[in-house]
Design a protein around this ligand. Structure first.
Ligand code: GLU
Length: 507
């Protein structure tokens, strides 16, 4: 038998911001599709109109655009299997509901919510299934004429899947192996509601996976309980030969303690659980996003890729292309993956180091502008050099400001404890001498200046640490920062002298 072409899908419901776990699911689908030369489909599962949130679809698309995860077809991408939005496929689902009804694999149920509620009160652990369905109001128990009359009268009904009891259902999961459950624990799931003429998630999901020729269903662990039902649905339609292979990804767990990662963990510990900032249209609540918090998309991808999978050695830094080569779906772990957000910060630091200084300088510009710096007054070469001197000290681009402020504004205050330690009665005189020495330097670049100044300190027998720290205090405003003569080279002679002069006047 010829191998089926790999076609996978990411199928979010537009019910709000995309959770970071959903991003990981999409990423794994993407990696799997790319490495098999397959297709990645973007499908919108919006059959639950009550939970629809405006803007969610656009948000999800923008998130992947930012992250560089590309889809081959689907909503907003086009393709030959559309429409890709489930709310636009009503007629297709109706047809397949009828197939199940005609073959006796499903039936109509007229029980009202009140009747169902009464049953639940009467029968402990009531479940609509083989043991109870014959005591309910449905097309299996009511005479045919009555069923026709109820429909003609416009009474609302649902279509339920008739699950045969006492059968072991096997889900062959790429990650979890053979998962077996007995069909008796399943209820006769609602597949369709006449009230909104829409199918439920289960029916729409498997009809679409079938029609869109999906080869592998890669999704979060929370969907594992639905998988046996899906297997039975495939069988009811006679589609078991083309049934996709399942892979249920491990849960994302809290950074500390037990249980699954929640938005509250993020709020409590200060990390985003959404790719982009999200403005909830109902509550007005604003939730932080990885993008707005200053994460680089490459860092987020790399971090997420390792939550539930690893390359089998200790390699941690991997580009998207490398991940495509190395990723192995069957090597994903079954056990939940701790969401170590600090590792995410570490990845961001590593990617800042790996990116060119030019690129980081470009990202630094808006930060400078936000701090009132007229960026156009500085050459790209200057900004790039500044970045090269301080970028090893930051985890986020926005933190460059704190490290590099003095390259753009002269200090107007001086760190008190440094002043106490390094600025004594004699210092102004020595700084005055230093100014003369600096004035005399022709090549003001780092190394030559350093040689001359160090030579002068040595010759005079001054205390190296005291002089150099006073010098630094005058130029930077505190006793820290990159190599002193790299700083003065960039600031230039005039600015350096002006700053020392100002410190002598002020301190
Ligand atoms: N619409 C489901 C979700 O929001 C899709 C689940 C699946 O991939 O089958 O995650």
């Amino acid at each position: 038998m010829a191998e089926k072409k790999v076609r996978v899908r990411f199928a979010p419901s537009p019910t709000g911001a995309l959770h970071i776990g959903g991003v990981r699911t999409a990423l794994y689908n993407y990696l799997f599709a790319r490495q098999h030369g397959g297709d990645l489909v973007f499908r919108i599962e919006d059959t639950d109109s009550n939970r629809f949130v405006p803007g969610a679809e656009e948000y999800i698309l923008e998130s992947f655009n930012w992250l560089g995860i590309k889809f081959d077809e689907g909503v907003s991408f086009g393709g030959n299997y559309g429409p890709y939005r489930q709310s636009e496929r009503r007629d297709i689902y109706k047809k397949y509901v009828k197939v199940l009804l005609d073959s006796g694999k499903a039936y109509l149920a007229f029980d009202t919510p009140e009747e169902l509620e009464a049953k639940r009160k009467e029968v402990p652990n009531f479940q609509y299934d083989a043991s109870t369905r014959m005591a309910m109001r449905n097309s299996l128990t009511l005479p045919e004429e009555e069923v026709s009359k109820l429909i003609a009268d416009g009474k609302q009904y649902v279509v339920r899947f008739k699950i045969e009891p006492n059968e072991d259902v096997h889900v062959n999961d790429i990650i979890r192996g053979d998962v077996v459950i007995n069909s008796s624990i399943l209820d006769d799931k609602v597949l369709y509601k006449s009230a909104d003429e829409l199918p439920t998630y289960h029916l729409a999901n498997i009809v679409d996976d079938h029609l869109m020729e999906i080869s592998h269903v890669i999704r979060g662990e929370e969907w594992l309980p639905s998988a046996p039902l899906h297997v039975l649905l495939y069988r009811a339609f006679g589609w078991e030969d083309t049934m996709p292979q399942f892979a249920h990804l491990p849960l994302l767990l809290k950074p500390e303690g037990n249980g699954k990662l929640s938005k509250r963990d993020g709020d409590r510990l200060g990390f985003p659980v959404f790719p982009l900032e999200w403005h909830d249209p109902k509550t007005g609540e604003v939730s932080s996003g990885y993008r707005e918090s200053g994460y680089l998309p490459e860092a987020v991808i790399n971090f997420l890729a390792l939550l539930g999978w690893n390359p089998g050695n200790d390699q941690e830094i991997m580009s998207l292309d490398e991940l495509v080569k190395l990723f192995n779906l069957s090597h994903c772990s079954k056990a939940g993956a701790k969401f170590d957000y600090k590792k995410g910060i570490w990845f961001n630091h590593e990617y800042i180091l790996r990116k060119s200084d030019e690129e980081i300088a470009g990202l630094f510009k808006p930060v400078l502008e936000a701090h009132g710096i007229a960026v156009q007054d500085y050459s790209d070469a200057y900004l790039t050099k500044v970045v090269s001197l301080v970028k090893s000290r930051v985890n986020f681009v926005k933190e460059l400001w704190e490290q590099a402020r003095f390259f753009f504004v002269a200090p107007d205050t001086y760190a008190e404890k440094d002043v106490k330690k390094r600025w004594s009665a004699d210092t102004p005189r020595i700084m005055g001498e230093l100014m003369d020495v600096l004035r005399g330097i022709e090549d003001f670049t780092s190394k030559p200046s350093e040689d001359i100044v160090i030579g002068w300190i040595t010759e005079k027998g001054y205390h190296m640490g005291n002089v150099m720290n006073a010098f630094r205090l005058a130029v930077v405003g505190e006793c820290k920062g990159p190599h002193m003569f790299d700083i003065t080279e960039l600031l230039g002679k005039e600015e350096t002298l002006a700053r020392i002069e100002k410190a002598i006047q002020t301190l």
